[in-house]
Design a protein around this ligand. Structure first.
Ligand code: ASP
Ligand code: MG
Length: 433
């Protein structure tokens, strides 16, 4: 009896969420590999969240821009996107008589028609309507392929479950309705059958697509896991796990076996690209562990994020956020940078949706390190210039080091000009050029 109860309990909590990113579906061979990874989980209750294929989001960004600017290049870019996906479809031998094959064809026709409409004056809105095709097409192809391979699955539109506000390109999740939809409508389906859906996209009350920010598919996986109360989430990557430094820059980088939620949030926030920064919080709030594993070596343990507070590691971690801009302000009327000025300054950042990665203030000046996004920064500067003298420094790097020793410090700063240094007990942040 006890065993029965145990099995029954386990059954309830055994739902898993897998996220496959662009690199894991970048060509036909990669998609086939996803099938291989999934074969080992054929008996599980599983939701698969997939990103756009390879670098197709970048191509679709160009398409959105050309369409918005009524530039004839849009036809050419559209063709490239289509050819790229058709190659993958061909490579996967998806039979042209299957109805999913027709669905994919229809999506391209739909996109092509959309490009003939007069674009909406809001670029961010246009962007989301166009760029989201990457995920829709990718998930259709993956679903069709898996079905042909005998991994019977149901394709579902993530937009039916993830609801957002109207912040195009950076949708804020409406947690109440999203949780209700996922647990009420999606969960019973996932219990019965493998489901393939998209990362990155949701829908607003006006029925338009809203994306969750670049690289947002990890976040989608976390949102679904939250609503499903999943047992765990796995992000399948082309690296073996979360590393203590970028292996492309540090040959002696090593994999971290386990880290706590707060540590993972901090690493992601300060530029470790392996997990999207927003991913952890929803998981942490329901104590859902996150695995980061290699799709090339699926049996390997990878990294586990979260679960218990005891997980702490004392490896030094080094995160470098490149392409930063250091902006220093001082007031033109010689007033001190106190509450009045600070509130004006912060409001301008919020209005332009610019995130501050590090800041430092003194009586008469205020410096911030921000992502160097030319358009946003230009607007911000125009806005602040009226009342402040501004100085910019670019490109700079923001280096965040934890558990550091003098050895790491020397290595990182040699030959570089130190612009700002901030130290806490375990963490050191440097802005260098
Ligand atoms: N396809 C989107 C991007 O490239 C979302 C993602 O990959 O997570 O940003
Ligand atoms: Mg991606």
């Amino acid at each position: 009896m006890r065993e029965l109860i145990y099995i029954w309990l386990r059954k309830i909590e055994s739902m898993k969420v897998f996220k496959f990113g662009g690199a894991s579906v970048k060509n036909a061979e990669a998609v086939r590999n996803v099938g291989k990874v999934l074969n080992a989980y054929a008996e599980e209750e599983l939701l698969i969240v997939v990103s756009a294929m390879g670098k197709s989001t970048n191509a679709l960004e160009l398409l959105a821009k050309a369409y918005f600017e009524k530039n004839d290049e849009k036809h050419e870019i559209y063709q490239q996107v289509k050819v790229f996906h058709n190659e993958i479809i061909k490579g996967l031998l998806i039979s042209s008589s299957s109805h999913t094959y027709d669905d994919i064809e229809n999506l391209f026709i739909e996109l092509e028609c959309e490009l003939e409409n007069v674009p909406d004056p809001n670029f961010d809105k246009v962007y989301d309507q166009i760029v989201s095709y990457g995920e829709i097409i990718s998930s259709r192809i993956l679903s069709a392929y898996l079905n042909e391979e005998g991994l019977k699955n149901r394709w579902m539109d993530a937009q039916n479950f993830i609801h957002t506000d109207n912040t195009y390109r950076e949708g804020k999740v409406d947690w109440e309705s999203t949780e209700k939809l996922i647990s009420g409508k999606l969960k019973p389906i996932v219990k019965k059958q493998l489901v393939v859906t998209q990362g990155f996209i949701g829908r607003n009350k006006d029925n338009f697509t809203v994306t969750l920010g670049r690289e947002g598919s990890d976040y989608s996986a976390a949102i679904f896991a939250y609503g499903l109360e999943a047992e765990n989430v796995t992000i399948w990557k082309d690296v073996e796990g979360v590393m203590n430094a970028d292996p492309k820059k540090f040959v002696d980088a090593i994999k971290i076996d386990a880290i706590s939620y707060p540590k993972a949030i901090e690493m992601a926030y300060y530029g470790a690209t392996v997990i999207h920064p927003k991913t952890i919080q929803p998981l942490q709030s329901k104590n859902i562990p996150l695995f980061v594993k290699s799709f090339m070596n699926p049996e390997a343990a990878g990294t586990i994020v979260g679960v218990s507070k005891e997980i702490e590691n004392h490896l030094p971690t080094i995160i470098i956020k490149e392409n930063q801009l250091l902006l220093s302000l001082s007031s033109k009327d010689f007033s001190f940078i106190l509450e009045d000025n600070l509130s004006t300054i912060f409001n301008s950042f919020a209005e332009k949706r610019i995130k501050i990665n590090l800041m430092q203030n003194s009586a008469i000046s205020f410096s911030v390190c921000i992502d160097n996004e030319p358009n946003k920064v230009k607007e911000l500067i125009q806005h602040l210039e009226k009342n402040y003298s501004l100085k910019t420094n670019e490109p700079v790097e923001l280096i965040t080091i934890t558990n550091y020793t003098s050895k790491e410090l020397e290595q990182l700063t040699s030959g570089k000009k130190l612009l700002i240094e901030q130290k806490t007990r375990n963490t050191l942040q440097l802005v260098v050029s």
